[in-house]
Design a protein around this ligand. Structure first.
Ligand code: SAM
Length: 314
């Protein structure tokens, strides 16, 4: 299947990176190399680009798309949580810019074999990294009801979470839930008929929740962000595109904490905690896609771009 993905907030991200032609740039969510090819295009032969993705299909598609920039590109199959180690093993200590365009690509969503979509019937998979052994089926058949309820409520923001979790547990007592089609049918039966007509596809939110949980999307972001900011050279920028309110909240909070890490009580005349700012939040409010982009690419509707600039203090 052809790798199709329309990059979101492309111009805004590239502008936000403030690219230096001789600089070193990293994309931790390479995908189809949409953002990456625009970065590479702006680099001179002295510049360097490192693209990371955990999905083998993305690695193949991106390698093909970036072939023209072979002299300055390194592509690595890994999780971006290992970015520092991967860069150190290439002899790189600091970089001038990092891009993260979170979540799944349209290719992953549309490729039925990957089990991300409720639109066709396929094995319940949803792994971004095909080397991982745990799949969505393990969550659906193995989690306790209260855990299923928690993830569907928090990651899916589905108001019928309790009922969906209850129906999943009842169904799997008869026989294990193996396919996206079976899960979709169970969800459909858990939601009042009138909501099924008006509220978008009934399975959309639960599928999103299971995907986020399986791929540890929020934990990985939370655990990696400080380390990525530390990788930035003076003036280097990190641009992050999120698609979920919880993701955006993590980025906003960690950016703010890196700008102002001081933990002294507000009535202290001077700072005694010694924690120094690592830089500046460039986007007080997130950058959103234009109406034209949202119309052209409905997937961009929930996207938010936040940018942080590293500044070395004396
Ligand atoms: C939205 S797509 C990126 C699309 C890309 N920016 C483009 O324009 O073509 C997200 C990609 O990030 C990858 N990904 C998500 N989380 C990751 C992680 N923690 N480590 C490495 N890759 C990740 C997914 O496999 C997917 O290919």
């Amino acid at each position: 299947m052809e790798f199709k993905h329309k990059s979101v907030l492309l111009e805004e991200t590239i502008d936000g990176l403030n690219i230096k032609p001789d600089g070193i740039y990293v994309d931790g969510t390479l995908g189809g190399a949409g953002h990456a090819s625009e970065v590479c295009r702006r680099l001179s032969a002295k510049g360097r680009f490192i693209g990371i993705d955990q999905d083998q299909d993305a690695i193949v598609a991106a390698s093909d798309r970036l072939a023209a920039y072979e002299d300055r590109v390194t592509i690595i199959r890994s999780n971006y949580c290992y970015m520092a180690n991967e860069l150190h093993s290439l002899g790189i200590q600091k970089v001038n810019g990092i891009v993260l365009d979170l979540g799944v690509s349209s290719y992953q969503l549309d490729n039925e074999e990957r089990g991300f979509t409720y639109r066709t019937d396929a094995p319940l998979d949803m792994r971004m990294d095909q080397r991982q052994s745990r799949t969505a089926a393990d969550i659906v058949n193995g989690y306790e009801e209260k855990e299923l309820y928690r993830i569907i409520r928090d990651y899916g923001e589905d108001k019928f979470a309790k009922n969906i979790a209850k129906h999943i547990v009842a169904a799997r007592q008869q026989s294990p839930i193996r396919t996206t089609g079976e899960l979709t049918e169970i969800i459909r039966q858990s939601i009042p008929m009138k909501m099924q007509v008006t509220g978008g596809h009934p399975a959309k939110r639960t599928f999103q929740a299971i995907r986020i949980e399986l791929n540890r999307e929020l934990d990985v972001l939370r655990e990696s962000l400080d380390g990525m900011i530390d990788l930035l050279d003076d003036g280097g920028r990190i641009c992050i595109i999120t698609f979920h309110s919880l993701e955006d909240r993590i980025v906003k909070t960690i950016f703010r904490k890196n700008e102002n890490p001081c933990t002294c009580p507000s009535d202290f005349p001077v700072c005694v905690c010694g924690k120094k700012s690592k830089g500046k939040v460039i986007t007080r409010k997130p950058i959103l896609p234009t109406t034209a982009e949202q119309e052209e690419n409905p997937r961009s509707k929930s996207a938010k771009l936040r940018i942080f600039e590293r500044r070395f203090s004396d």
